[in-house]
Design a binder for this molecule. Structure first.
Ligand code: SAH
Length: 347
């Protein structure tokens, strides 16, 4: 089956031409797909036989809401989507003053192995297609009735481990004939796959790059993030400096505060030294307690923030949203997987 929804407008147009159709049909189909139709039948301005041909040859299987949780505290909505092959992924809609932001997944599971993260516990199942990433944005908007203005690629998965599909997704969601969400309204978060960061730098996209730093020294970082053994923190900082030189875009560094592991003043001082020459922003994240992980939340967040600020570094503490609905990475998917497992065990 042809994955028409993962194709750009010129590609859809070319494909329609191959069917002997005029060029304008490409745009019609593209527009319908990006409006979130659930079947080719709904494309009412296409001839009936063409709709029939599309139905027989092309894939159109939007995700289904498997679970939906809405926070009573702040209106955050968490979706567990069931994909056409039965796999599940999560997206979260957060309501900020600057607009509604949807956090999407880029893979089913993750193979990066960060020791504190729920998404990686069962490894990676598969990559998501560009259409499956687009659908998370599109159907979050359609289901919630809330217009989405910002996207963060910070859900399940490592976007730079699925970079070709992610780049295609960015092109799709950016399209004026589609959702038309500007690159400056998109953030991409990586655990530090250096070749991917360098590839992104060469493209000079206007998106915001977030780097999950979590430790500025190699010994600590290798302990909590296996990726550091492949791309050491020194290499990572070098790539970040080059990224800034090339794009002029400020990088945001994510830093989950873990008790007794990465929250010392010396580590704050080291961050400051490593960021010299670049206007970095450090986002301190209160660690989410993941049941399976031995790590505990730090009690030194304010002191650490102060120490960074004393070096002239901008440091913010992430406001936690959706505390009542398992709204952080991978937790809802794990819960659903465990429940399914229990269901099977008891049969
Ligand atoms: N793979 C990408 C994007 C997904 S994770 C990345 O690593 O950046 C989004 C952010 O949540 C990352 O910064 C990740 O390290 C962080 N995170 C994962 N588990 C966490 C936890 N238990 N508490 C706080 N932050 C966590």
């Amino acid at each position: 089956m042809i994955d028409l929804k993962s194709m750009s407008l010129p590609e859809v147009t070319e494909w329609m031409r191959g069917l002997g159709q005029p060029a304008f049909r490409g745009k019609q189909v593209f527009t319908w797909l990006h409006r979130g139709v659930r079947s080719f039948e709904e494309m009412t301005n296409l001839p009936k036989d063409l709709r029939e041909t599309l139905k027989e040859t092309c894939l159109l299987a939007p995700p289904v809401v498997a679970r939906k949780q809405e926070s009573r505290l702040d209106g955050t909505i968490k979706y567990l989507w069931e994909l056409s092959d039965g796999n599940c992924i999560e997206s979260v809609l957060m309501r900020y003053h600057h607009g509604n932001t949807v956090c999407i997944s880029s893979q089913v599971g993750c193979r990066m192995g960060c020791a504190f993260c729920a998404s990686t516990i069962a490894g990676k199942v598969r990559n998501l297609t560009p259409a499956e990433m687009l659908d998370q944005v599109l159907f979050t908007q359609l289901d919630s009735g809330l217009p989405v203005s910002n996207i963060v690629l910070m859900g399940i998965g490592e976007p730079l481990d699925n970079l070709d599909a992610v780049l295609k997704f960015l092109e799709l969601v950016n399209s004026p004939d589609g959702m038309n969400i500007g690159m400056r309204h998109i953030s991409l978060s990586t655990c530090g796959l250096v070749p991917g960061i360098r590839r992104l730098a060469d493209l000079e996209l206007q998106l915001t790059l977030s780097v999950s730093l979590h430790a500025p020294d190699s010994a600590t970082r290798s302990r909590i993030m296996p990726v550091n053994r492949a791309y050491d923190v020194e290499e990572l900082f070098a790539a970040c400096h080059d990224y800034f030189q090339k794009t002029g875009r400020r990088i945001s560094f994510e830093y989950a505060m873990i008790d007794g592991v990465n929250d010392s003043d010396q580590q704050a001082d080291l961050i400051a030294r490593k960021l010299r020459g670049m206007p970095g922003h450090v986002n301190l994240i209160p660690l989410n307690d993941v049941v399976e992980s031995p790590f505990k939340p730090s009690r030194r967040i304010a002191a650490f923030q102060k120490r960074l600020e004393s070096h002239g570094i901008t440091a913010t503490v992430r406001r936690s949203l959706g505390g009542d609905i398992d709204a952080s990475c991978g937790q809802l998917r794990r819960k659903a997987m465990e429940e399914a497992q229990k269901g099977e065990d008891s049969q």
